[in-house]
Design a protein around this ligand. Sequence first.
Ligand code: NAI
Ligand code: MG
Length: 501
Amino acid sequence: MTTTTASEIHSDLQAFLRKSPHKLLIGGQWLPAASGKTFEAYDPATGEAIARVAEAAAEDVDRAVKAARAALDGPWAKMSPAERERVLHRAADLIEKHAEELAQLESLNNGKTIREAKSGDLPLSVALFRYYGGWPTKIHGETVPVSVPYYPGAKFLHYTVREPVGVVGAIIPWNFPLLMAVERLAPALACGNAVVLKPAEQTPLSALRLGELLLEAGLPEGVVNVVPGFGETAGAALAAHPDVDKITFTGSTEVGRKIIQASAGNIKKVSLELGGKSPNIVFADADLEAAAKGMFMGIFYNQGQTCSAGSRVFVERSKFEELVHALAERAKTVRQGPGLDPRTQMGPLVSEEQKRRVLGYIEAGKKEGAKLLAGGESGAGKGYFVKPTVFSEVKDGMKIAQEEIFGPVVSVMPFDSVDEVVSRANGTPYGLVAGLWTKDIKKAHQLSQRIKAGVVWINCYQFVDAAAPWGGYKQSGYGREKGQYAVDLYTQLKSVWVDLN
Ligand code: NAI
Ligand code: MG
């Protein structure tokens, strides 16, 4: 048990952690890995182990896929849409009931602050199960008025049916471990699919706890299988498995490419939510106080480990000095510590590897001539802390202005005209989100049309909802999760003809 926490560890969480070594969830059973191997789950605030977890590899993934297929063809298919709704609503209720425990687990294994886990990850997870809990009885086809030119006067009944895609492999990252799992499971289950979930190796624990809660909610065995393991082994085996119908992936663009390649074997459906290098654009006529908060939150939420991080801030020149210095001063006052300590404002990064990667970008920024205004080094202690870092004098072509850093590092740059900022904002291979701050409503809407991004926030930043579609342009991926759009992702359409002649 970690010693870094100032708050009490919930007794249910203590009981869960005592189950170490944690097993895989396959076909409703908790099983060790076929190899017998386990790996360590650790607290990134200290680097110390908190549990051991069975390490899935190809053989386990294969068992999980078979279990999912059996469930899909068996009890799950027989369950009515109304019954499916009740299971999803019970899942929402159970997550809500265990919110405190799950928030602590998330904070302990990921490093995020308990405040963010409680105000963001947990309520959103509940909301996703509630939102998709309403869908099963509302997913339906249509009748289509067909005319057949080579059969004049003929009458047909034509209708469409939405059917599940089948076995869905969900490969998710470590930045919002529970939320990412729920964001895939809720719509996939609402649409009647069975799922093999591979959580990230850094953060396997909340997915396993979620697996327990889903069984308690009455989900039939095998409908959700949880197989923690490493990307190159478990992840790759799932992505390439010939009996998986669809992969939903969130993570790096580099691995996204591998997922596409692996899908070619059996022509899997694929949806990808990849990296970002998102612009957050502040005009001089904005509510500057709100914009300053949006700049700060946009980059430093979740230690900067969000695909939607506003990592390139563009400020209209007349307000540049004022805002960049305000951001740097605020960054210097951030209290870093273990996520579980309620006084902590920023936790550690998720891993040693991520810390090294982020520090590497900071070095690159310095070397290329950017000016460091705050942070720029690791934080105190054994954990994977990096101080919130603000760079100015950044050129668009620099590594820190082009590549996703996925840490608390922001580049703040001045701009002079709308055309200039549009072209610079669009000047990376990514297109996930963008923020715009202005009181000029015409300018805001004109700009939102010219920005190549899947999500545009006007006078706000980092807002998400179960009903609002989420996904990227360009190399930030394809497909839209959340909302009714995920129903398209997790169903396939059948066209049925009936001869009435
Ligand atoms: P990653 O893309 O390697 O890992 C994400 C998930 O993919 C994990 O579950 C991992 O086990 C799995 N995976 C890795 N290699 C795989 C393979 N060959 N086949 C199938 N699955 C595989 O991301 P990583 O290494 O944790 O972070 C690297 C960078 O990726 C970050 O610095 C960040 O820039 C980006 N990233 C973006 C995320 C987003 O939300 N868009 C989330 C996590 C990382
Ligand atoms: Mg990786």
